[in-house]
Design a protein around this ligand. Structure first.
Ligand code: GLA
Length: 707
């Protein structure tokens, strides 16, 4: 069956992925209408769903709020518009006129449908893009808008796509909320009637919400049930509006910008929205996450097939107090533990002694690095590690040479306060000269010092987001800031194909499918407490794969929470992502260094499973039971079980967990104990991870097929 087909009589379009179908058609009024998103259908079957709409019930109803591919502001529509336009004459509205379609096959296994429309009155063209692939159930959608007239117009709202669910008896919404150092707190609640807005108004993806949603009928669990989900590939302000209509339907629309932001469209100009990708599964939240993880690895990340190195980062060890001697000493110790990438964090440049000065002056401090960064880079390389550097290119301290030279380079509104957060202002990356300046020093710094890795940070939200001196810059900057940021990253990667980049925004402030297209891993949170981290990682992993989930083992008592948990527990938490170490190794006792070296070596034995395998969440991080996750080779040849227990309470029973993804009938050997287990028992009856008595017990069990 072709991936995209059309029924000639009814005009129904059917898009097919390996396990799902998506159907739509252009109705009699010219509007693109949704028919189906769910299990696989044939074209015939999809046509059955194209029954005519029931007549409107009263003069107060209009077209249904849910059920169009891109509900516009126009006609008798009263739901949240995905597209809202203001024309040069001040009038609004959009009236669909279908002008054709295109079918493309950009690569083997990929099919694209483009439905073409224009407004009946004004020369505004709208193209709806749908991409399906033969190796994922994720459907990518975006919209292209073109002003074919000779006067400027404004897009008051230009969402990427609207997604509609079938009528269900009830709906539940899953998403994450959070704040700095407590990102990705998973919420799973009944979907309220009316409109629920998930958004960032901060100019960045944000710690407070993540641009994805999942909806189910209220009964799905990790293993079962229908789940409809979507994720937006955008790193600036965004908004997803989820609706539950009085008529019993649910759907959501999503795109860039928050309420009040406007996208100007000059004559001849085209605006391409980011992708808002959707996924349906009938096998629960676990399957949804695994499908997202595979999609991100196969179709988003630039180098997901690589094995990510074990990293050391100096931030928690030294703070701003970095110099050549101290860093070399840490590098020696890190190398001895088996670390493969050494990253110097904040404090290496300009007058940066704390967070009050120096940001923007990207030359090594002469008193700390008298001969520049090269000697340190050489030492790190000689020790057999790659060399990484922290940068925060979008920011400036007012106390810096850069700001003294270019006070107009920051986002600001003349006459208004320039609000500082962490003593810094935001450079206007929407300006090409600012973006070019950043690209210039970055590409030179990378080239001159043999830099293999950048930790690209962003430590505050936008404020007074103005671009004086331009006619429509105040509006344009919300998108241009992000596209210029993407442009700098793309240019850097082109210049330095070996360069790898970590996205960081004061922890997890900028993680989304847009930034992941041009980075390799993500700093998930500044909270490195291994216990808090299990909760943060649980929320993060709903959509984002362990392949990008950077996690460090740091010192105890933890800097933030003052909690002390054993080194093993900290390691096991970090080993469920990209293992890093961030403690002050000069203070670790010999026995901890030895244990750490063993755990690093153990991680290297299993990291292919963590980074490229399938994640099964066997028991979540809340409640009294141990947290258990499993990473399995897609062919079932081996698996890693990680388990953590907080304080046990006497008499609370601990039931076994049933392992997933094993080959039925096979036997598996525990690589540490040599014990052999039957898959039938592990999967059908369960497995009890062997946890020591007492608080903060943890274990990592590697099972390999024995026959
Ligand atoms: C942010 C990052 C930290 C560290 C500091 C340095 O908070 O998330 O990991 O790099 O900045 O100032």
């Amino acid at each position: 069956m072709p991936m995209i087909s059309r029924a000639p009589d009814t005009g129904v379009w059917l898009l097919s992925t390996p396990r799902t179908s998506y159907a739509l058609r252009v109705d009699d009024t010219g509007a693109p209408c949704h028919l189906a998103w769910g299990p696989r259908l044939t074209l015939r079957e999809a046509e059955e769903l194209a029954a005519p709409q029931p007549p409107v019930a009263s003069s107060f109803e209009g077209r249904p709020e849910v059920g169009e591919e891109l509900p516009v502001d126009g006609g008798t529509r009263y739901g949240p518009p995905s597209l809202q336009v203001r024309y040069p004459d001040g009038s609004r509205a959009f009236e669909w006129q279908h002008t054709g379609h295109r079918l493309l096959q950009p690569a083997p296994g990929v099919a694209v449908l483009v439905l073409l429309f224009r407004d009946r009155l004004h020369p505004l063209h709208v193209a709806l893009h749908y991409t399906v692939r033969d190796d994922t159930d994720v459907i990518e959608r975006h919209t292209v808008l073109r002003n074919a007239g000779d006067r400027p117009l404004s897009l008051l709202r230009a969402d990427s796509a609207a997604w509609s669910l079938p009528p269900l008896p009830g709906y539940r919404l899953s998403h994450v909320t959070g704040q700095w150092s407590a990102e990705n707190q998973l919420r799973r609640d009944p979907l309220p009637h009316g409109e629920t807005v998930l958004t960032s108004r901060r100019g960045i993806t944000s710690h407070h919400a993540s641009p994805w949603v999942m909806l189910d009928d209220g009964e799905a669990d990790e293993e079962h049930g229908r789940v409809w989900s979507a994720a937006l590939a955008w790193s600036g302000s965004w908004r997803i509006t989820v609706q539950r209509t009085p008529g019993g339907r649910a759907g959501f629309t999503g795109g860039t910008g928050h309420e009040g932001t406007v996208v100007p469209l000059a004559p001849g100009e085209e605006h391409t929205t980011p992708v808002f990708a959707g996924l349906f599964t009938d096998q629960g939240f676990g399957a949804a996450s695994r499908a997202w993880h595979r999609y991100v690895r196969d179709h988003v990340l630039p180098h997901a097939d690589e094995t990510a190195p074990v990293l050391y980062n100096s931030w928690e060890a030294t703070g701003f107090d970095v110099d050549e001697t101290g860093q070399k000493a840490l590098a020696e110790r890190a190398a001895a533990l088996g670390v493969e990438l050494y990253v110097v964090d904040d404090g290496w440049f300009g007058a940066r002694r704390d967070d009050r000065a120096g940001l923007g002056d990207w030359t090594p401090s002469p008193d700390r690095f008298p001969d520049g960064l090269e000697p340190l880079a050489d030492t790190v390389h000689r020790l057999g590690m790659r060399f990484g550097l922290w940068v925060e290119p979008e920011m400036v301290n007012p106390d810096s040479d850069l700001y003294r030279a270019h006070p107009d380079w920051v986002l600001h509104i003349p006459g208004r306060t320039r609000s500082e957060l962490r003593n810094q202002l935001v450079l206007n990356f929407a300006r090409d000269d600012v973006a070019d300046w950043a690209y210039g020093w970055l590409t030179r710094t990378v080239a001159d010092n043999g830099i293999d890795f950048l930790k690209w940070d962003m430590n505050r939200s936008l404020s007074e987001a103005g671009w004086p001196g331009t006619a429509d810059g105040h509006d344009r900057l919300w998108t241009r800031y992000v596209t210029n940021l993407y442009g700098v990253l793309d240019r850097l990667r082109d210049d330095h194909p070996g360069l790898r980049v970590e996205t960081c925004g004061g922890g997890g402030g900028r993680i989304d499918l847009g930034i992941l297209r041009r980075t390799d891993q993500a700093w998930v949170s500044d909270n490195t407490d291994a216990v808090d981290r299990l909760v943060i990682q649980h929320g993060f992993g709903q959509v984002f794969p362990a392949r990008v989930m950077s996690a460090w083992v740091t010192d105890v008592p933890n800097q933030l929470t003052a909690r002390t948990v054993p080194l093993r527990f900290r390691f096991h938490t970090a080993m469920s992502g990209l293992l890093g170490i961030g403690g002050d190794l000069t203070r670790w006792p010999e026995e901890e260094l030895a244990e750490a070296a063993e755990l690093v070596a153990a991680y290297k034995q299993v990291r292919h499973l963590v980074q490229h395998g399938d994640l099964y969440r066997l028991s979540g991080p809340h409640g009294e039971q141990p947290t258990v996750v499993q990473y399995t080779a897609p062919d079932g040849s081996e698996t890693l079980v990680l388990a953590w227990r907080r304080g046990p309470r006497h008499g609370v029973p601990q039931p076994p967990v049933r392992l997933r993804g094993l080959t039925p009938g096979a036997r598996y050997r525990d690589t540490r104990t040599g014990q052999v287990h039957h898959a039938t028992v592990l999967a059908g009856y369960g497995y009890l991870p062997d946890l020591e008595p007492g608080d903060w017990a943890s274990t990592a069990v590697h099972l390999v097929r024995a026959d």
